[in-house]
Write a protein that binds this ligand. Sequence first.
Ligand SMILES: [Fe+2]
Ligand SMILES: [Fe+2]
Length: 278
Amino acid sequence: MSLSAATDFRNRIEQLGDLPTLPHVVQKLASMIGRPNVSAEEIGSLIEKDQVLAAKVLRLANSPFYGFPSRIASVPHAVVVLGLNVVKGLTLCATAHDIMKDAGLDQLWRHSLGVAITAQILGKRLDMKNAEEVFVAGLLHDIGKVLLYVKWPDVGKKIKAANPSGDRPMVQVEQQLYEVSHAEVGGWLANAWHLPVALREPILFHHQPGAAQDAQLQTAVVHVADVLVKGMACGNPGDEWVPPLSRQAWDLVGLDEESLAGCITRASDEFLAIDDYL
Ligand SMILES: [Fe+2]
Ligand SMILES: [Fe+2]
């Protein structure tokens, strides 16, 4: 593909009309991720402005996954019992689910949820302050694929045709044909959605975690989670290929064999609990 074609492609992405839209409420919420000075009331009333979303958050909050004995009846109540960060995570989770399911990408959704859950487990092990941040980054890491494969079916078809057996990495095929990858497309989306760097870098660099500058740990965690989930064959993001694990990222995450096995078991349990409730 010529350089001008790549530029044309970038222009298409930047035309906001073509982007899957994040509901206004979610966009606002996503930009608040990790900001310590946002109050529980602010978040609660923000989510309640979108009734459909609020209903989904409550459904998740009342799932056996959280195991609260009495019913959680309102979003502010959910914020009080589950905490602000969990509710922020749930909201984005419900939204990513809708975007991918509406696009017919069920397998990508399963893969993304698996990566989100695994990333959060790794984040907690590392005592990261905002483990919900890597959960959301995991959910959205392959969001560029929604554009590449659904919004522009001509592009998606060409990429798939060039890799019929799915045994080459999609990133490589995308680069070769379009000089951009789903990771870059996701990075542009993250920009357009004004997502904070802690979400943008893991999306943009999940296939080359060494390139992250401001969110190195978050990017390493999402990268490792992505490789693990692909190795477990949970969902299918479009190719069968398990990406090589970055040594640098692996060292940053610092898992030994025993804790790795524990993380995988926990991730599978949590996966089943959440997936049922969306
Ligand atoms: Fe990816
Ligand atoms: Fe992925």
